[in-house]
Design a binder for this molecule. Sequence first.
Ligand SMILES: [Zn+2]
Length: 306
Amino acid sequence: MPTHQIHYTRCPICFSEQIALQDNIPDHAISKKYFEVWKCNQCNGFFTQDIPDESAIDAYYQSDQYVSHSDTRKGLLFTAYHLARKISMQLKYRWINRAMRRYASFSLPRPTRLLDIGCGTGTFLHFMQQKGWHVNGVEPSATARNIARNKYQLQLDTPDQLPYFPAQSFALITLWHVLEHIHELHDTLSQVRHLLHPGGLLMIAVPNANARDRQLYGSYWAAYDVPRHLYHFTPASMEYLLNMHQLHLLEVKPMRMDVFYIAWLSARYQHKRWAALQGLRVATRCWLYSWWHPLKASSLLYIIQC
Ligand SMILES: [Zn+2]
């Protein structure tokens, strides 16, 4: 274990002391070390215990692990990931259009500005720019920022620049599978609230700790992704967190497609022969289930207004 470690005596989401050990989960993807996952009885959320602090977490992000080698299984995963990313881009755009039409204030300044927090290599920002949005993005990884600059001519900022953007300057702020990685959870939400134009929207996508696929895969559930995922949000804990920051939850949407990637990875972690087929079978089951139980989808998108 790294020496730089954070031990929580209170829930990092709601600060309650009513917390208890729930499970021991291995880091299947990179370090193979075990991490405790604790449950909070106040907000009903989960969190990873004894996490590496910000100076030590980098050792757990060797992200080229998934794509560097090209044996058949990894090649398949790579292709599936990129196909899923294409589909998810179109879905995100549809969700944004629908939500902006339905909820966003008509008094938003034009042109509409978007801030994507944890924007990676800027694929989504580039897509939105082509749709006419003015875009900004923050991303901690220097490698990702360089790719965004070379590939899309996007000038991204580091997350510590967030407080320097003009207040209330964004019509839309997005965090796509990012909030669960951020050590400074509450500071980030305060900054988001400060940057969002009144009547603008905040969209947060996170894995769903109440997901059907988590129940089926248990400690193999790929979306635990400890210790990189610091929090494992349930709808109740997300609502609790948003209320603490005077952010109003408008809608929760199931992100049904995410289960195909998560189930595939989970089946690989189980070392199943034919992991791809096994994952596809479970994913299809969970996908169908989520049409009747949307809050059991693998990931959820929270649509929020301040
Ligand atoms: Zn809590």
